[in-house]
Structures are given as structure tokens and as C-alpha cells.
Design a protein around this ligand. Structure first.
Ligand code: NAD
Ligand code: UGA
Length: 473
């Protein structure tokens, strides 16, 4: 087949579909890109007149959207038309962990993948290349193929002369939130797995508009699917490894920053992903490892399953450990204490809070009776309400709010007993600590779980300071 790809549809206008297609459309002005979603409100936001109101905050994204939206990049709920028009379809829908049924709490819930495949099977015309962009368990392409191949051929009344045919390839996404546009414009690699050379070549041609050929890796379908789960498992494993060492540092007088730098300078280890933290969050690490654990068990590889499950165990332990340290520093009771949480997103430069360590730590502190004041430069009160499953208008027995949201950092810390830094927003690095500490209720504490402030910064100030992997100073 010699036709060129002129029309792309992406099913799923989320954190992956939106930014990925924005960069693809930016780099391929001759391709029309339709990003579609079932969610009417999400699409409405993507089409907001004010680009700062698009549903996903990613540095650089609003600029691209304002430049090319409605030129060759379109957002709509018109799934049927967009599939009909498309030569190539990316499936970028959510694949969360199953919450019930067989494999509950481990396996991926593929119902959105399945419904996307059914929509493609129903509406596609002629030959369509279907690309799995979502992160999926190994051999999901088989499920997609089975659904597509059971679609009915064109009916005779249809003007289209061709029989419906499909080619399924895998091209998982490796972008990290907060850095998505940079990652998409200049990825370490693009991975394409498949059997049909023609379809692989067509996808390679698209990527080659801006990515050097040598960065495009081609593998078989199953290696591509498994590589995505493995990459996330390895990244998460590094965080759990360094977090386990942060606890040993606190016991021994070693300093976590120094240990990270020392081991990271070994070129075999490398310096990235060695920052200790309150635990990894984000929508994917946990679910992808759980999925890997499920696959291991499914294939009878129980020891491998246990090995990977421990990465999550350490992550949970880290969150509990930090919560317990905070309570301990107040001699075992934080009832009624005002604690300001700095940061609710799971990492800096994103408004995403999915699986954020802040959620578990906030809940632990609330359970222990603390009154929280939550600040985040990008996360809304509404989102925090959703994550904590309670509104700030819920009062305790003393008619006080269990938590409140505060945009003004100086108000957030006024008469606070403690500040807990949970997200590494740059904004928190350059605060006027002298002024902040002056307004706190004494004796007060700062708990820094991101290594954001040095003990020198707080020298001579009337504050108790605990930092992760260093202990008290
Ligand atoms: P998301 O929840 O932000 O977006 C998915 C979107 O798909 C939703 O808006 C949903 O309404 C839509 N959708 C679901 N079924 C649909 C259907 N049948 N038709 C039309 N729309 C449908 O999810 P996300 O964060 O973009 O993740 C998508 C996939 O990419 C997941 O498999 C995830 O593991 C993977 N991934 C995510 C990231 C990330 O940074 N978030 C990075 C790499 C890979
Ligand atoms: C991660 C991967 O980095 C991406 O390659 C992958 O595409 C994506 O998951 C996915 O599949 O969803 P993301 O979750 O967006 O990206 O962000 P990361 O930068 O990986 O951070 C994940 C979590 O690990 C954050 O909570 C972050 O604070 C934490 N982290 C990261 C650390 O605790 N220490 C580090 O050194 C690095």
C-alpha cells in the first residue's frame, strides 16, 4: 500500500492523547489530527477560547494549542466521523487497575480499550492502522485484533468500495508529566512493535518528521507492550530503592543527597531518578507494577511477582513512615494542630494528583486529628475535595474544618504548628522563610520530604527542622 497518512484520529483526550497529538500535529502540518473523547466537558475545555483553560497543564502545551487548534488539530466528541475519516487511529484511553472481578486490584481494566476497539470496528472505512498508545498488558494487541477482525465488512449500500481491514501495532508512550512537551519533541526513543512492515513504516515516517531515525526502535508486538511495563517498573524500583536508603540514612547520620550523588556518579547507575521522596505517585507506576505482578502470577512466576510487589510495599511504607515521624515529633499527638501541607500534585509542574503521596499523608494526618491547610500552585480546591473524599465544609466535634484550601501562602502558615513540604514546586524553594517562621505558633516544625531546603537556609531561625534522609537538624 502506498498511500500516505493524511488523517489521524486519537481516541482519548487525556494526559497522553492531548499533548501527544498536539506535538504530532505541530510537527506534521500536513496531517489532520482529530482528538476525540466520550467526555463532553473535557472536550469543551480543550476548545476553551482562553487556552489557559485547557484541561491539562503542561509547560508549553497551551502555546501549541493556541497556534494550531482548528488548523490541523481538532478536539471533538464526534467519534464516529473521526474514525471514519482516519487512516491511522491511536488508542490513548485509560487502563486503570481493575477494582472488581477476576484479577481485581492487580490486572488492568481493559474495558475502555475494548470499547475503543469496538468503535473502530464499527465505524472504520477501508484500511485502518490501529496503534496502541495506552499502556497495556502483554498480548492486548491480540484482543484488539480479535475485536477488529470480527467487524462486519462494508455493506453494499456503502459507497466505499473496500473491505474493512486493520493492522494493529503498538507504540507505547514514555512521556513524563510536567515534562511532556519536551519529552514528545525530543524523546529518548520511540518504540514501535508490530508484524506488518507497511504499517510500521508509515508510523516511522510520521515520527521521522522530527525524530532522528536511530531513535526509533522497532520490535515485535509483545516486546513493545512488555517494554513499557518494564520501563515503568524499573523507574519506580529506583525510587523505592533510594527511599529505602533514606530511612537508613536517618538512622546512621549518612545524608541521602550525598549518597545519591555518590552512587549516581557511577556511569552504570547514572544520576537520574535517585531523588528520595514521600513516595512515587502518578497514575501509572503503581498500576503498571500491579499489572506486571498479575502477569507474573498468571504465568506462574510467583517469586518474580513478589519481587515487583515489594516496590509498591516500600512506597506505601515510605508514606506511612513519614506520617508517623510527624506525629512522633509532636510527642505522639497532633490532635488540633494546624499543619500546612505544601504541594498536592504528585510531582512539580503538573496539576495531576492521581496517586499523589500527598493524598495518603493528608489522610493519615487527618486521621490523627490534625487540621490541615493545603496549598498547591496548580491544584484546585475542587480536586483536593475529590481526592480526600470530603469537603472543607465538614467540621469536627469542635466545629472546625478538618482541612481548608489556601491560595495565599502567608495565610496558610499563619499560626501553623508545622509545614510539610510534599511536592517539589520551585515556588517553595524561594520563600521568605524568616517571615514564614515568624508567623508560626512555637514550637514549630518544618518537615521537608523533597530535600528542597537546606539546613543553612534555616540557620539561626526559631524552627525545628526534619528533612527526609537526613533526620533532624
Ligand atoms: P486519561 O484518563 O487522562 O485519559 C483517557 C481518556 O480516554 C479519558 O478522557 C476518557 O474519557 C477517554 N476514553 C475512554 N474510553 C473512551 C472511548 N471508548 N472513546 C473515547 N474516549 C474514551 O488517561 P491518560 O493519563 O491520558 O492515560 C492514557 C493511557 O496512557 C493509559 O494507558 C496510561 O497508562 C498511559 N500513559 C499515561 C501517561 C501519563 O503521563 N499520564 C504516560 C504514558 C502512558
Ligand atoms: C512516569 C515515567 O517517568 C514516564 O516515562 C511514563 O511514560 C509515565 O510514568 C507513565 O507511563 O505514565 P510520570 O509518572 O508522569 O512519568 O512522572 P515521573 O517523573 O516519572 O514521576 C513519578 C513519581 O516519581 C512522582 O511522584 C515523582 O515525584 C517521583 N520521583 C521521581 C521520585 O520520587 N524520585 C525521583 O528521583 C523521580
Amino acid at each position: 500500500m502506498t498511500y500516505m497518512i493524511e488523517n489521524i484520529c486519537c481516541i482519548g483526550a487525556g494526559y497522553v492523547g492531548g499533548p501527544t497529538m498536539a506535538v504530532l500535529a505541530e510537527k506534521c502540518p500536513n496531517i489532520k489530527v482529530n482528538v476525540v473523547d466520550l467526555d463532553i466537558n473535557r472536550i469543551k475545555l480543550w476548545n476553551s477560547k482562553n487556552v489557559n483553560e485547557i484541561p491539562i497543564f503542561e509547560p508549553g502545551l497551551a502555546e501549541i494549542v493556541s497556534k494550531i487548534r482548528d488548523k490541523n488539530l481538532f478536539f471533538s466528541n464526534n467519534i464516529e466521523e473521526s474514525i471514519k475519516e482516519a487512516d491511522l487511529i491511536f488508542i490513548s484511553v485509560n487502563t486503570p487497575t481493575k477494582i472488581k472481578g477476576l484479577g481485581a486490584n492487580y490486572a488492568s481494566d481493559l474495558k475502555w480499550i475494548e470499547s475503543s476497539a469496538r468503535q473502530v470496528a464499527k465505524f472504520a472505512i477501508g484500511h485502518t492502522i490501529v496503534v496502541e498508545k495506552s499502556t497495556v498488558p502483554v498480548r492486548t494487541a491480540e484482543l484488539i485484533k480479535t475485536i477488529l477482525n470480527s467487524s462486519e465488512d462494508f455493506n453494499l449500500n456503502n459507497k466505499n468500495k473496500y473491505k474493512k481491514t486493520f493492522s494493529v501495532i503498538s507504540s507505547p508512550e514514555f512521556l513524563a508529566e510536567g515534562n511532556a512537551i519536551k519529552d514528545l519533541r525530543n524523546p529518548d526513543r520511540v518504540l514501535i512493535g508490530g508484524e506488518d512492515k507497511d504499517s510500521i513504516d508509515k508510523l516511522c515516517n510520521i515520527y521521522e518528521n522530527w525524530i532522528p531515525k536511530e531513535k526509533i526502535l522497532v520490535t515485535n508486538l509483545w516486546s513493545s507492550e512488555l517494554s513499557k511495563l518494564t520501563a515503568n517498573a524499573f523507574l519506580a524500583q529506583r525510587i523505592s530503592s533510594i527511599n529505602s536508603i533514606s530511612a537508613i540514612c536517618e538512622k546512621t547520620g549518612a545524608e541521602i543527597g550525598e549518597v545519591s550523588a555518590a552512587i549516581g556518579s557511577d556511569s552504570r547507575i547514572g544520576p537520574k531518578f535517585l531523588s528520595s521522596s514521600p513516595g512515587f505517585g502518578g497514575s501509572c507506576f503503581k498500576k503498571d507494577i500491579l499489572n506486571l505482578v498479575y502477569l507474573c502470577r498468571y504465568y506462574g512466576l510467583d517469586v518474580a511477582a513478589e519481587y515487583w510487589e515489594n516496590v509498591i510495599r516500600i512506597n506505601n511504607w515510605q508514606k506511612d513512615r513519614i506520617s508517623k515521624i510527624i506525629v512522633d515529633k509532636f510527642f505522639g499527638t497532633i490532635t488540633g494542630k494546624k499543619i500546612a501541607l505544601f504541594g498536592f500534585s504528585f510531582k512539580a509542574n503538573t496539576n495531576d494528583t492521581r496517586e499523589s503521596a500527598s493524598i495518603d499523608i493528608a489522610n493519615n494526618l487527618i486521621d490523627n486529628g490534625a487540621k490541615l491547610v493545603i496549598h498547591d500552585p496548580r491544584v484546585s480546591q475542587k480536586q483536593i475535595e475529590f481526592d480526600l473524599k470530603q469537603s472543607p465544609s465538614i467540621f469536627d466535634q469542635f466545629q472546625e474544618s478538618i482541612w481548608v484550601y489556601e491560595e495565599d501562602i502567608m495565610k496558610a502558615v499563619k499560626l501553623a504548628d508545622a509545614i510539610v513540604i510534599l511536592t517539589e514546586w520551585d515556588y517553595y524553594r524561594n520563600l521568605n522563610w524568616k517571615l514564614i517562621i515568624k508567623g508560626m505558633r512555637k514550637p514549630s516544625w518544618i518537615f521537608d520530604t523533597r530535600g528542597l531546603i537546606s539546613k543553612e537556609t534555616l540557620k539561626d531561625l526559631e524552627i525545628n527542622f526534619w528533612s527526609l534522609g537526613n533526620g533532624c537538624k
